[in-house]
Design a protein. Sequence first.
Length: 238
Amino acid sequence: MKSIGMCDEIVRAFRNCQPGVWPAQPIDAGKPFKWQMRQIIKPQPNWKYPGNYERGRAWDYGTNGHAILRGWGITAGFGLAQEHRQIGFAPLGVAGDVLAVREGLRRKHLTSKEVVVYTSDGTDVPSGEQTRNWMTPTMIWHWKVEALPARYCPNAAVREHAKIMRVRVEQVQEITWHDAKTEGVTPIIPGQLTACSLDPYIYGFQQLWDFLNTKRGFGWDANPWVFAYDIMRCGDAE
């Protein structure tokens, strides 16, 4: 099963979705809830044309799950040129696929042992391991570090799953305030010294996006192409 890693803020927003309910509904409407996510397309498409152009696009999946961008309308002198561009696989899958959600973990010191807890809420991670006479209730910490980021979360510690409901292709700056809200971010009002007119939800998303991606060369200003996924928090029956 493929998986995704989520930071603590986003885990809390995702777990605020009612499990098995679509369209997504929050458990607590006063807190952020997450049912969208974006993944950078690698390698980035190189669709560059000389001069001014207008574009209108729609896309679908070709054979074997390849995403195909269809109907680029390029205004170039006389007439309208159309191009079909195959941009490769959506790495996490297509609608109907289920993903494991990996979370950050940390060490918790007890009197006689050290156990594992989720960093997003401090909940003990159940072990599922059974000794001869009793069930070990909490996973024991076996690592030499104090904490593990989400990407190193072991399969045994996965407690949430996400079902892909829809996939589309866009550039990151095309995100709307509604999309940014459903990414689970906290709205941030730009300060007076910040030359920014973005909606608070988009600004909050921009800040998180830059924190995660600028050093990799895919910051907000680079406006990279992304796969945008709609996801549902799975219920027990999924």
